[in-house]
Design a protein around this ligand. Structure first.
Ligand code: NAD
Length: 245
């Protein structure tokens, strides 16, 4: 589905990002994954190699626009273009407002929002020159319902939806589609440490009766990245088993 496409996936070293990298490789894209440090990028690339896939990787600070621009320019020089950008890197926190310290709030906004802006800013000119492209963002179920603690995380994902819908309207004329996937609770490394006593009530509240897998989310990204979604832009696609947090 992605033959001859060049895709960049941020936060591609594990979890949803890694599953998306694998899914894109399976569908014949050239994939460049971005991670936060050299060791995690090397580990992810080796894991892919063991599965018979060849990918590339870099580790710019996503919150530094100059480092991001340099990396994207390097990628375009090496691969000739970027067709697909998946802004997936993200972090969450559950602090109550009474205990929230401002550095933690700013940190979440910096990675979950500013980095999405930085990467989108760095890629749009390349996409325009190449007559189009696709930008995909990882939002969250909490971008629709909020959550009863950790207000920074839903606030950041509401902003991701705002960027998604606004950039879709601004960039349609340049044939750049912009969409987001809003996962529900998804079984990544982070979730594997959560005790059964917390997981079971969550599962009970999900109409489809299970937690999502990284592959469930990667499948949605594959569809939205592909030409099968050529008339879809500005959409926040929930992939959450109809969970309502
Ligand atoms: P994860 O912790 O397994 O992966 C996060 C990824 O982001 C990693 O690849 C990591 O390298 C990268 N990252 C973290 N901090 C970074 C930094 N400072 N600079 C650059 N990269 C950094 O988590 P995940 O669950 O796979 O999360 C991926 C995305 O999905 C996030 O945007 C998250 O908000 C979103 N999401 C996750 C869930 C869930 O239940 N797991 C639900 C909804 C949305």
């Amino acid at each position: 589905m992605l033959k001859n496409k060049v895709a960049v996936v941020t936060g591609g070293t594990r979890g949803i990002g890694f599953a998306t990298v694998e899914k894109f490789l399976e569908n014949n894209a050239k994939v460049i994954l971005l991670g936060s440090k050299k060791e995690s990028v090397d580990k992810a690339l080796n894991k892919l190699k063991e599965k018979g896939y060849e990918a590339d990787g870099f580790y710019p600070s996503l919150t530094n626009i100059n480092e991001v621009k340099e990396t994207f320019d390097k990628i375009v020089k090496k691969y000739g273009k970027i067709d697909i950008l998946v802004n997936n890197a993200g972090m969450s926190a559950m602090d109550k407002i009474y205990d929230y310290n401002e550095e933690d709030f700013y940190k979440i906004i910096d990675l979950n929002v500013n980095a999405v802006f930085n990467c989108s800013r760095a890629v749009v000119e390349h996409m325009k020159e190449n007559n189009g492209g696709v930008i995909l963002n990882t939002s969250s179920m909490v971008s629709i319902y909020g959550q009863p603690s950790g207000c920074g995380y839903p606030a950041s994902k509401f902003a991701v939806n705002g960027l998604t819908k606004s950039l879709a309207r601004e960039l349609g004329k340049d044939n750049i589609r912009v969409n987001a996937v809003a996962p529900g609770v998804t079984l990544t490394d982070m979730m594997k440490d959560v005790p059964d006593s917390v997981i079971e009530p969550i599962i009970k509240s999900i109409p489809l009766g299970r937690i999502g897998t990284p592959e469930d989310i990667a499948n949605a990204f594959l569809f939205l990245a592909s030409d099968m979604a050529s008339y879809i832009t500005g959409v926040i696609l929930s992939v959450d088993g109809a969970a309502r947090s």
